[in-house]
Ligand binder design. Sequence first.
Ligand code: ARG
Length: 467
Amino acid sequence: MTSSSKPKSSNAMWGGRFADGPDAIMEAINASIGFDRRMAAQDIEGSRAHAAMLAAQGIITDSDAEAIREGLLTVLSEIETGSFKFSTALEDIHMNVEARLRELIGEPAGRLHTARSRNDQVALDFRMWVRDQVDAALGGIVALQKSLLSQAEAGADWVMPGFTHLQTAQPVTWGHHMLAYVEMLGRDHSRFADARARMNESPLGAAALAGTSFDIDRDATAAALSFDRPSANSLDAVADRDFALDFLSAASICAMHLSRLAEELVIWSSAQFRFVALSDRFSTGSSIMPQKKNPDAAELIRAKVARIFGANTALIMVMKGLPLTYSKDMQEDKEQTFDAADNLMLALAAMTGMVADMAPQKENLEIAAASGFSTATDLADWLVRTLDMPFRDAHHVTGSLVKLAEDKGCDLPDLDLADMQSVHAQITEAVFDVLGVHNSVASRTSYGGTAPSEVRKQIARWKEKLQ
Ligand code: ARG
């Protein structure tokens, strides 16, 4: 559209006050039906609860409530089967549903909006939509944890290099590494669960902003819609979008965790590492290089955090300057939240499949674990324990031994005793026991450590928890 077109002659919604219809550009910027139709089910569920409450309170008749109930079910099935005609002139899902209800049942439809406003209606619909997404995220996280746990169990005692700065640090077990992500996802799960508990208050009945003079029963609608309680302040109820921000920030942190795992899979599946082989089902080929098997799913998961965190930032920016209560700015809460939710669910599902399918390369992991002087700390600890050396001195002696091995082009266990004693005379043959990677990991039995015995305890704990 390059210029605004002529106003329509009449107004579809506010005929009483408005003589003219909106400019086409106004309609384009104002309408949300293009996206908020995704909340149709929540909108209709909320309206059904509201109508039932109005009848129970004697505010509308039982027969009107019954007509509304039947009509709303028809509207829902029309939307579900795709026969519903959405109208941009009717702005949003709320007005679209109500207008169709009026076509279907006539006058009683006009009574549905008694003691309600689109402000509490949209706050309700969106809250219920987000709550459903929280539940989906909780389920998706558990599924991924189970995938990781199976991997951990299969390789509880396999050794691999543990890294800091992406430099070989100390040998760790594969199971331990998998469980690190199970822990992260456990915190993500609790963040979503916290968000759910906090958001589970019903705004319905706050009406436009001040509550209503009708004798409504907010406890009844809250209970009917599975909320813990009605919200206690009507102004806050229509102005609040914290629930979406709670969801988006939990989603951002979860997506960040997925991105870190994705990054590891990208590195591990490279020809230089060969720690894991990704399945054909979760990789792609190259159109020119026949040898290639690309970790596209991992790369896309790594990128998803950008748009999810972007949605979080966008909504905070939308909200930060708004005076109480509702402002139309808040209509911009939905699209990005929808997009973030869709992409989080996709990322969780793709990661779950990729982890379940991937084949860790036990031998390559073990070879890598033993290289890069990975047991230098074990050697220093041995000097402390056996020769009662202060750790700082042991660190220095070990550094000299690493240098010696490096000069000789070998690894620490390849030095002979004479080499060792040339650096420190009291070193004995027993030192070689701690230089092997399996002994190294087996010795790290401190709580939460990488020893297979500890890893198995943690696996058992998580298995019970995730049942
Ligand atoms: N489509 C609107 C939204 O998403 C619904 C609420 C409209 N309320 C209003 N006072 N104009 O926010």
